[in-house]
Design a protein around this ligand. Sequence first.
Ligand code: UDP
Length: 248
Amino acid sequence: MNIAYAKPLRNSTEILGLPVDNVGMPEAMDAIKRMLGEDASHIVITADSSGLVIAQNDPEYRQIIREADLVTPDSYGVVWAVKRKGGTVRERVAGVELVDKLSRLSADKGYRIFLLGSAPGVAELAAERLKLLHPGCNIVGTRHGYFPADSDTVVAQEIALTKPDILFVAMGIPRQEKFIKQTQGIIKAKVAIGVGGSLDVYSGKTKRAPVLIQKLRVEWLWRLLLNPKKWAKAKTLPKFALMVLRSR
Ligand code: UDP
């Protein structure tokens, strides 16, 4: 299987020197379905504001985003930045939603899914929940995400044995993307996506905000208030806004 480096012509907008694709959920799903039909492995990045700020000082992560096959706008901050530059993005395409949509696709088409990441036990619970939500969803393996980077190859070899088509990695930015890139040639999943705290959400460990809060587009604020660990990340938001406003 090849690693896909030749990108088709893309409709993307450059934010802080990095491409963000002008996709909503339907276009992102179409692109991913296309990738699943190809005999190659692909990387999808769900870009939020903190990720784009981190990438400014992390050349490896920056390069991974540049070479990714699809970069979706995962946060309202990124949607705002894209619109400000004349891009046509209408909505967020969040990792947590992609997990749901692709699990449903797996139930329909049999695609093999592997869930990697989060604390011990969480990926298993998330798998059970996803199978309840989408009966027939083909989750072929799970593993927690607490292992040192020098074990990446061994972990990748274990995952490769399950022959996943879709690999979700929930280990936080940029660790999850670096794991995906470095092990792409071993695991050979057709699509690999870093999905942050999504497995915590599906396991029930993190509750999604009430629908009203989601509709008001302040779910990030809800999560922030409930989880002090996220406060450091939130500090990057004004920095992101300033950097975008200063950029051309
Ligand atoms: N995590 C992990 N391994 C680590 C560090 C973190 O699997 O070495 C998990 C953590 O348990 C959590 C997720 O990675 O489930 C990070 O979630 P967060 O929402 O902070 O992700 P980000 O916003 O960075 O995408």
